[in-house]
Design a protein around this ligand. Sequence first.
Ligand SMILES: *[C@@H]1O[C@H](CO)[C@@H](O)[C@H](O)[C@H]1NC(C)=O
Ligand SMILES: *[C@@H]1O[C@H](CO)[C@@H](O)[C@H](O)[C@H]1NC(C)=O
Ligand SMILES: *[C@@H]1O[C@H](CO)[C@@H](O)[C@H](O)[C@H]1NC(C)=O
Ligand SMILES: *[C@@H]1O[C@H](CO)[C@@H](O)[C@H](O)[C@H]1NC(C)=O
Ligand SMILES: *[C@@H]1O[C@H](CO)[C@@H](O)[C@H](O)[C@H]1NC(C)=O
Length: 326
Amino acid sequence: MYGINSLTLAALTLAAQTIVATSAYAPYFAKSFHGHRTSADSSSEGNVYPVKDCSAFIDKSKNSWSCHNTSAIATEDQCCFENYGILMQAQFWDYNTTLLSVAVNGTARDIVKADVQSQVDSLYDDLKRTFTIHGLWNDHCDGKYSSNCQPDLEVSDERDNLTHLIGVEFNEPELLAVMKRYWINTLKSNVADQASIALWEHEYNKHGTCMNTLNPPCFDSGFKEHEQAVNFYKKTVEIWSQLDTYEFLAAAGIYPTVAKQYKLADVQRALADAHGGEVYVGCLDGAIDEIWYYHNLQGNVLTGTYKAIDSLTNSTCKENVWYIPK
Ligand SMILES: *[C@@H]1O[C@H](CO)[C@@H](O)[C@H](O)[C@H]1NC(C)=O
Ligand SMILES: *[C@@H]1O[C@H](CO)[C@@H](O)[C@H](O)[C@H]1NC(C)=O
Ligand SMILES: *[C@@H]1O[C@H](CO)[C@@H](O)[C@H](O)[C@H]1NC(C)=O
Ligand SMILES: *[C@@H]1O[C@H](CO)[C@@H](O)[C@H](O)[C@H]1NC(C)=O
Ligand SMILES: *[C@@H]1O[C@H](CO)[C@@H](O)[C@H](O)[C@H]1NC(C)=O
């Protein structure tokens, strides 16, 4: 006999989901963090970024959407057109591998116990209800990518002290706080802060330096060293904050559990409905561990309009997937 019968489990599950759905989140960019997108684009409301205005280029040009230009982009418009024009927001789902073992090999009793425990745990820790930030990437239009494009623009925590740079020099304590909590290598690495900083350093250096609209000449006068990197972090957090994968799946009744698998097609449909384009779903050992949202861009990476497009990468998951609690 189980300690908890299935009716009790159903009641607990419902209670957990109700509480999750009504709890308050920290606002970011005057939007609700874990907020919902109201349209297919995720461009910022108003220009909070210190880059040159692109409206003249967008108005006059039939070439303004990345990957859809029909002629070369003039040199003077290089701050308003991303040459590697596929913008991807990548997220981690750092599930608990012990719980995958329970799901696959546990007894029925283990499974019920683990499921109830993880529901309860998730009430007290919103990280267990959050797909965290991996990065913002720009692929070439054919899906290939370049990396570490401009070594002279790179940041180094050792040299630049990234927490100091973001929190003090650029006076973005709220951004830093969100990054420390949600831009993490693994759940574990959140404790040892250094691991997360190494991820931030890596992400900007590898991908951010390949974004031509982030080049220093694209900024308003008074450009300060590393301003492009700090703004890259800010934009990445902003785009991520509007792509709340956990909520997108929850809206379709898809919650983390060790009790059953989901159909990959159901997961993909839920995400495509929310995003407006097919979404890449990555798996590790048969369990969802990564999500990529694809976009084309009109204008500058910081101030432009992001339009959802279909994923260019096939899922690494099988037909049935685990969505294991963290
Ligand atoms: C569109 O712009 C890219 C980047 O500037 C350029 O490499 C490409 O040749 C252009 N496409 C066409 C059809 O001219
Ligand atoms: C993973 O789940 C197991 C079993 O519930 C638990 O003992 C362990 O603390 C969890 N690990 C983390 C990192 O939360
Ligand atoms: C389940 O058990 C089998 C046999 O012991 C083992 O090979 C496999 O790795 C286990 N799976 C997981 C996810 O722990
Ligand atoms: C980096 O900056 C932070 C915040 O200003 C400070 O607390 C820390 O001591 C600095 N680290 C180093 C190694 O200087
Ligand atoms: C994805 O899968 C489809 C159908 O199996 C295949 O035609 C296509 O070439 C694959 N795409 C990539 C990028 O591997």
